[in-house]
Design a protein around this ligand. Sequence first.
Ligand SMILES: [Zn+2]
Length: 410
Amino acid sequence: MACPQRSNQAATGDLANAAPGTTLAPNDESLVPAMPPDPAALPPSPQRFADVNAVAAGYLRDLAYAQTSQPKMFGYKRAAAAVLALEEPLTSLITPGRQLARIPGVGPASQRVIFEVLDSGTSPTADAAVNLSGRAADIARRRALRSHFLSRAEVMRILRDPRFDGPTRSDYRGDLQMHSEWSDGRPSLDEIADACLARGYAHAAVTDHSHGLKIAGGMSPAEAAAQREAIARLNERYEGRFRMISGVEANIGADGQLDLSAEEAAGFELVLAAPHSKLRKAEDQTARMLAAVATPRVRVLAHPRGRITGSRAGVVADWDAVFSAAVQHGVAVEIDGDPSRQDLDFSMAARALAAGCLFALDSDAHTTSQLVYAETALAHARLAGIPPDRIVNCWTTPRLLEWLRAASAR
Ligand SMILES: [Zn+2]
C-alpha cells in the first residue's frame, strides 16, 4: 500500500482553499496514510500526517447526517465519536486477518466505512448516501467546519514525536480553565485539586462562569465571594503541594463588554474573557474582540473564536489585529483543548505566535476526567511550534502568580 505523506503546508490547507478537482475527505485531510508512518522513513523535520481517525470519523458523521432514521443517525454519530476518542490510529487496530479490533460503539455498517477509508482514503458508501440524501449542501457545510481538528490518536502521536519544538506534558504545570460544581461543572473544588495533583500539576485555576451566562449557571457576586473563601481554605490545606487559583470565565457581550464589573473582576486572581454568543454570524466582530482584550484585568482570551466542530465557525474578525492588541495589553490567547472546540487551532496559533502573543493551554474541563483535554491543546501548541516560555501554564507558580497580580495593576 502506498503511504502518502504530506508537508505541513499541504496539511494545513482548508477545504475552501483546495484546488478545483481535489478529492477531499470529510475533514481537511485529502490523503490518508494507509499504514502508520514508518519512523525510519520520516523526514528530519516534524510533519503533520493525515489523521486517519479524523477522516474516518468525518465520513461516519456525513453518513449520520444523510440518514432519515434517528436511531441510525445516532448510531453513526456514536461510531464517529468512538473513533475520534481512540488512543491509537485505526491502522494499528487491524489484525493480520484483516479484522478490525472491536471498538465499542462501532457496528458492521460503520466498520465497512472504516475499511473503505483505510483502503482508499475515501468512502464511496458515505459519498453515495450523501448524494442520495438531498442534504449534500448542508453536509458539505459541516465538512468545512471540521477543519484543523485533531483526533485523540493524532494528539497522542504528536505528543510522542520528539521532533516537535513545542511543549511536552512535563513542561505543563497547570491548567487555567475548568469548571466546578459552582457553575456548570460537576466536580467539587477538592476533587479538582486531587485530580490536578494526580496529573502532577503545581497549580490550576478554577474558572466558573460569571453571572451573565445564566445558561451555564453563572455565579452571582455573593456566590463568587463564597467560592473564593472556599478556595482560600483549600489552599491552606494543600499548602506547599498545590495552589488553586481563583478565576472566572467572564462572558464577552455583543458590544465587547464583560458580564462583570471592574470591581467584581478585581476580586479574582484570573479573569478569562470568552465569547458565547453571535458565533454563527458572517459579520466582522473585530471591534468586539478588541474591546474585550483591552478590558483591564482580563488576562486570557479564552476559546477566542467560539467554534464547534461540524457546527459553527465562530467569531469572524481580523485576528491578526486582535493578536497584536493582545500583545499590547499583555493578554494571553487560549488554545482550548476541548475536542469539540480546539480553539485556537495550530494554524491560528502560529499567527498569534508570530504576532508575539503569550498562550494559555487549557482543558475547559467540566469533569475531572476531562482534564486530559489539556493534551489536545498541547498537541496544537507543538504543531504551531510555540516555545514553552511563551505558554503561561509552563511557568513556575510564583512567576504565574506575579503575572496575574500585574493584571490588577493595569
Ligand atoms: Zn466558555
